[in-house]
Design a protein around this ligand. Structure first.
Ligand SMILES: NC(=O)c1ccc[n+]([C@@H]2O[C@H](COP(=O)([O-])OP(=O)(O)OC[C@H]3O[C@@H](n4cnc5c(N)ncnc54)[C@H](OP(=O)(O)O)[C@@H]3O)[C@@H](O)[C@H]2O)c1
Length: 348
């Protein structure tokens, strides 16, 4: 009898309610593969973009989103070394993580510390790796640099603030409510956090003494924010652009709003970078597979840093790993309510 599992799929593009729980075939693990029983599945802003149909290349519908899971190895395929039944593992996927079981290659799989729950472990890989690549691989952050993290209260944002503070940077953030702003300063160590819906550019400029002074800016927002940031950079300052949340202000796709966000982000001519000595870098984690030599050690260091208490996954809340849980989780992120990470959790 062929095995099956239950996945939460996107059958058509639309608002959170389109997601459906379905029984799907579960293949046996092939050479180098593991079968993980999923304990928790991380939710990312990109899942929302996928669900509304604003995310570039995706599988044919229907498919389950989900870039990261934590769980237990229940079957080991042929030619697998170093993994056995009962091991705890996190896995990075291109899609398919909203499911009770996944088949993953050991190349995508990492052990995680015993001190973490599956929900905490599932909330680490995407946001910490993104923050790591933006700050250290592309932003070349150095001790003493001044950094701005937009969306500092979100998943990537809370990871980025922690990594930057730990590296000895002077860190500023933006966030959309007072609770997030207080947390970013008091718990994560940023110097100040400004209202993302207010005049944060002017406030930051005043805080910097009236002179542009950013060495690094992490920009996942786009639109006018990107232009504002460029005016705040020091000579040799770097913008790392890794998302355009401005393109999705609601729970459904709106082509006019997405096009407006793109238009308002503007185009950057290389010549315009010369006199101000600026750099602009783009990052997309999904297309860094060939950089495994960077990613695997980075994730090992991230999990070691978490185990040592240098930084921690900031968890807002978990929702059940089922259709209703996924719908509620997506609504929660759309409403910009989350402080840190939201995760779908299987029953114990
Ligand atoms: N390129 C990559 O490889 C990569 C990887 C991971 C994430 N990302 C991007 O990084 C960003 C953060 O991802 P995440 O998973 O950490 O998301 P998240 O936890 O939901 O945080 C996103 C934050 O962005 C702000 N935001 C939400 N909707 C917005 C909108 N329509 N306009 C402006 N700001 C908005 C909100 O902050 P406030 O309301 O507090 O301002 C929210 O807390 C997303 O844009 C995502 O696509 C890119």
């Amino acid at each position: 009898m062929p095995r099956t599992t239950v996945a939460i799929q996107i059958p058509r593009f639309g608002s959170p309610e389109v997601m459906e729980e379905r029984e799907i075939p579960l293949p046996d693990p092939g050479p180098g593969e593991l079968h993980l029983k999923v304990g928790a599945s991380g939710i990312n802003f990109a899942d929302l973009l996928q669900r509304v149909g604003l995310y570039g290349k995706v599988p044919d519908l229907p498919y389950a989103p989900g870039f990261e899971v934590a769980g237990e190895v229940v079957r080991v395929g042929p030619d697998v070394e170093g993994w056995k039944e009962g091991d705890r593992a996190v896995a990075l996927l291109r899609f398919g993580g909203y499911a009770k079981d996944v088949i993953v290659h050991t190349e995508q799989t990492f052990p995680y510390p015993e001190s973490l729950t599956p929900a905490e472990a599932a909330g680490i890989p995407v946001v910490f790796l993104t923050a790591w690549v933006c700050l250290f691989e592309t932003g070349h952050a150095r001790k003493g640099d001044t950094a701005l993290v937009l969306g500092a209260g979100g998943g990537v944002g809370t990871a980025a603030v922690q990594l930057a503070v730990d590296r000895g940077l002077r860190v500023f953030g933006t966030a959309g409510n007072a609770g997030k702003r207080t947390f970013v300063v008091e718990e994560l160590g940023a110097e100040a956090c400004f209202d993302s819906r207010g005049a944060w550019g002017d406030e930051l400029l005043a805080t910097l003494g009236g002179n542009p002074g950013l060495d690094i800016a992490l920009d996942p927002v786009g639109g006018p924010a990107t232009k504002a940031i460029r005016g705040l950079l020091n000579p040799l300052g770097r913008v790392v652009f890794y998302g355009m949340s401005e393109a999705m202000p609601g729970r459904k796709r709106s082509w006019p709003k997405a096009a407006l966000a793109r238009f308002r982000t503007g185009s950057i001519h290389p010549l315009s970078l010369v006199v101000p000595n600026q750099g602009v870098f783009g990052v997309h984690l999904l297309y860094l597979k060939e950089k495994e030599a960077i990613m695997r050690p980075a994730l090992e260091e991230i999990f070691q840093g978490v185990a040592d208490g240098r930084w921690k996954p900031i968890m807002d809340r978990t929702f059940p790993l089922d259709q209703d849980g996924a719908v509620e989780a997506h609504r929660f992120l759309h409403d910009r309510k989350n402080l840190g990470k939201v995760v779908l959790e299987a029953p114990a």
